[in-house]
Design a protein around this ligand. Sequence first.
Ligand SMILES: [Zn+2]
Length: 472
Amino acid sequence: MSHKARNMVRSLLMSVAFAPLLLASGASAQGLTEQQQFARGIYQELVEINTTTATGDTQKAAEAMGARLRAAGFPEGDVHVFSPAPHKGNLVARLHGSGARKPILLVAHIDVVPANREDWSVDPFKLTEQDGYFYGRGSSDDKYMASAFITNLIRYKKEGYKPDRDIIVALETDEEILDANGLGMQWLIKNHRDLIDAEFALNEGGGVGLKNGKAIRNSVQTSEKVSIGYQLTVKDRGGHSSLPRKDNAIYRLAEGLVRLSNYDFPMNLNETTRIYFTKTAEVDKSHADDIKAILAQQPDPAALARLSENPGYNAQLRTTCVATMLEGGHAINALPQLATAKVNCRILPGEPVEGVQATIERVLADKQIEVTPTGKAVLSPPSPLNEEIMGSVEKLSKEFWPNAEIVPVMSTGATDGSYLRNAGIPTYGHSGLGADVDDNRNHGKDERVLVKSFYEGEEYLYRLVKMLAGGK
Ligand SMILES: [Zn+2]
């Protein structure tokens, strides 16, 4: 070993030896309040329980949060941990109000998508604080909200806060697979509707958008598109490839798909998307003229065509259907006997699902292409832009982020909010969590949350829920 190398090793060892010291002094320098330390502890506990939907343990996470609530003085009867299957857990807890008004439901899922240690820069199931961020799987989606709701519920309890209505927290499993086995939100609605029944719910789905560290918008998700798949099937008698005919299952299917690709469903704005576009026109200067032109009494078709080239705007404007899978034939030297394609549609809330299949059939314009739905659509009526909720959001958001526009949004993907909306509980996706608009790592590697945004968002939710729950 050369002298130089030895020196390098020594300095490396020194830095390792000093690292914990530096970290410790760094942590105290941040000057967390007692409340913030408590919040961080609950967040850390939740992130460090591996709750990957298929292989993790949401029961453990639900029990851990249940234990926190009981330790804070919540009686047994107000903290329920349900385990509808091994390693699957849902928690429902209640802070009693005067009962003057119907309860509020605060919802967060505790399962997370998979994370591989080798893909990540840090251990995804350890909460790592680094460079002003909290890293960890679920740090944003959705353990920030889950821990914030638990932390704040305990805070209300400690203060002796008596709201005008009960505040219910529901932590649920299996959201990341849209509750495919009926063990999460659907299970709660089916088996314990009485425990979660509320006037409305707050859920994930809308946050604070940051650009260069400044808050530019604060979203409220009020509706979501309905996802449904269709299979297109063409059958043929087949034959030897040495004797081809013009009539061929693959060609028929391909030609039909080309017609479908050229088709656009009609533009159809709802209450939410109309406001969304109105507000967007104020910030997106390059599209402002086109947006104004489609909002006019007589929407301009040329402006609509230009706007539709942007996939994000297009998805807000209309129902969409797109080919996603393709299969056909059985041998290189045989005429295909079967050709199939799968098409995924995202239907605007409120548009009839049957109408979409009829439109696909009309556009394919070929009786030999059979269209069959591959599943059942979960309808999801949009939640009304309730004045009480939107008014409270406007007022409080101004205090936290004076320059952020309040923007109602429609998700183009379905969330578990659809089950609640379906069950007649209007649901609003609103987290108060700030994140850079160009740095969305949910479901990706090195998922993270700004430390500052974490504490800020938690405080925002604490105050917002109080505004909505009233009392003192
Ligand atoms: Zn989520």
